[in-house]
Design a protein around this ligand. Structure first.
Ligand code: FES
Ligand code: FES
Length: 166
């Protein structure tokens, strides 16, 4: 048995029939074919599946698809425009803050959410903002430097406030 849900992903409205046990992560990847959001641990520990749900970052492996009915979702596919990368993406490339890339989508989404909430974070605030995003190859120093650089490049304030969902 499935439930029909409606959600907006990166500004585009979708109607999807989802099984009650399917996660938002599964809906995004398997039904909407947005595979930029990665599945690492499936237990809410690694942050690879981070998306912004109604203005708050969530680990989409812990959110049921039916819970997202009526929601607004931003995934990594919605961070850049067709013309240009987001300053966080540019800075991570420039700083060499990516190796295998498996964690990168989640790190970028969390970083963008952090900068939307706090446009001039200190290194400690960046560390705290990315505490839920694990990286097993690059480490964190270059990522923190990249987010610091991106903050300097972003001239105007955030389009909207976002915060961590507890
Ligand atoms: S896959 Fe969701 S937190 Fe790891
Ligand atoms: S770049 Fe490989 S896990 Fe982070």
């Amino acid at each position: 048995m499935t439930h029909d849900i409606e959600l907006t992903v990166n500004g585009v409205a979708h109607s999807v029939s989802v099984e009650p046990r399917k996660t938002l992560l599964s809906v995004l990847r398997d039904q909407l074919h947005m595979t930029g959001t990665k599945e690492g641990c499936s237990t809410g520990d690694c942050g690879a599946c981070t998306v912004i749900l109604d203005g708050k970052t969530v680990t989409s492996c812990l959110v049921l698809g039916v819970e997202a009915d009526g929601s607004d979702v931003t995934t990594i596919e919605g961070i850049a425009t067709c013309e240009e990368l987001h300053p966080v993406q540019e800075a991570i490339v420039e700083k060499g803050g990516v190796q295998c890339g498996f964690c990168t989508a989640g790190i970028i989404v969390s970083s963008v959410a952090l900068l939307n909430e706090n446009p001039k974070p200190t290194p400690d605030q960046i560390r705290r903002g990315l505490a839920g995003n694990l990286c097993r190859c690059t480490g964190y120093t270059k990522v923190i430097e990249a987010v610091t650089d991106a903050a300097k490049k972003i001239k105007k304030p955030a389009r909207r406030k976002v915060s961590k969902r507890k």
